[in-house]
Design a protein around this ligand. Structure first.
Ligand code: SAM
Length: 344
């Protein structure tokens, strides 16, 4: 309880401003040291695993940055049927995983009825011992309510950038306000709420980077995902430069300082840009890893960006690799559900 109380600081504007001032002037090394130390005080040395299942790469959206955008006719499309999703969860459950993240494009094939059925089955076969996270984009409040009632515990929906003008440029025909409302709906409906953003989008400034972290603070998120934007072949942003991973590392540290209790993943995108990217994120205050347990024959088609790693290995091989990586930096993977501290 003491640890949680310690994490309840930083609730007034003065303290938040002090943290931003520190972020602006500190070296990356100092920033990371401070964030990692705070992370260890609150979360210990455990790194929580979440099994990621990318169950459809069909998408009704046309985000300029994303390799599975509707207009990418080069994408090889797939959907995992309901039985196969359940089998994938069962395999992960038997391997010890206690959290499953169902992520996909905004695919209207999966009606709310279908999603509810999948949720109910997952809860049943895992004997209500596993948490389920959905990450399937903007839905109506009514749908979010139904998913929650059917067993969804958490929802992830990144706002991508806090700058409404930049948002409008990269997410055509999508409303920034609507996405933020979705995040607020999720939280109000009792989900563990997750959001986040990419760093290094073309047009991003240091001011936007700071505002990204402040928006996460304002939304009082339980989970924050941040990763580098990686130019993706066959998209309008294919020729954009790859910005340094340092932006993501500094963002991770700032998020940890602003949201001490949040669960923050060391993202696969960071591991794609730099072979030690995930280790660097953990050393900057991240405390979650998301092994991709999508069936091996399909995962190569969920190509949201180019060069994505872990496409040829199955879930067990990835978990073994992550265990070794974490041991090399004095951390330990855990199969715990990793419930948000707000709910404990
Ligand atoms: N459709 C859901 C949504 O929009 O929330 C979830 C799927 S979406 C593909 C998952 C995340 O992938 C996005 O939130 C975005 O941040 C990330 N992503 C997409 N394209 C990317 C890229 N080129 N580089 C890095 N991350 C990318």
């Amino acid at each position: 309880m003491e640890k949680i109380a310690a994490a309840d600081n930083l609730n007034n504007n003065g303290e938040i401003q002090e943290t931003i001032n520190y972020y602006k002037t500190a070296t990356t090394e100092d920033l990371c040291k401070r964030a990692a130390s705070l992370c260890e005080t609150i979360h210990g040395k455990d790194i929580i695993l979440r099994g990621l299942i990318e169950f459809t790469n069909y998408c009704d959206q046309d985000c300029l940055y994303c390799g599975i955008r509707k207009s990418n006719s080069n994408a090889v499309r797939y959907r995992i049927d309901e039985d196969e999703i359940i089998k994938t969860v069962a395999t992960g459950y038997n391997a010890g995983l206690r959290t499953f993240v169902l992520q996909g494009g905004e695919d209207s094939f999966y009606t709310s009825d279908k999603i509810c059925r999948i949720l109910e089955q997952i809860k049943k076969i895992t004997e209500y011992n596993a948490s389920v996270t959905l990450s399937i984009g903007v839905k109506s409040r009514e749908d979010y309510k139904r998913f929650k009632e059917a067993g969804a515990d958490r929802y992830l929906i990144r706002f991508e950038t806090s700058d409404p003008k930049l948002y409008q440029k990269i997410k055509v025909n999508s409303s920034f306000e609507r996405r933020i409302t979705a995040i607020r709906d999720i939280r109000e409906l009792g989900y563990e709420a997750g959001s986040g953003y990419m760093t290094g989008l073309p047009g991003e400034t240091e001011e936007i980077r700071i505002n990204n972290a402040l928006l996460c603070k304002e939304l009082d998120l339980d989970m924050v995902g941040v990763g580098p934007f990686i130019p993706s072949n066959n998209t309008p942003l294919a020729a954009s430069p790859q910005m340094p991973l340092e932006h993501t590392i500094r963002a991770t540290a700032l998020l940890r300082l602003l949201l001490p209790k949040a669960h923050i993943p060391a993202t696969t995108a960071a591991g794609t840009v730099d072979p030690l990217g995930r280790e660097k994120m953990v050393k900057a205050g991240a405390n979650v890893l998301m092994p991709n347990i999508t069936p091996v024959e399909l995962k190569k088609h969920y190509l949201i960006y180019s060069g994505k790693i872990c496409l040829d290995e199955n879930g067990s091989a990835i978990i073994n690799d992550l265990a070794l990586r974490m041991a090399s930096i004095d951390r330990k993977i855990t199969f715990s559900r990793g419930t948000a501290l707000r709910f404990l």
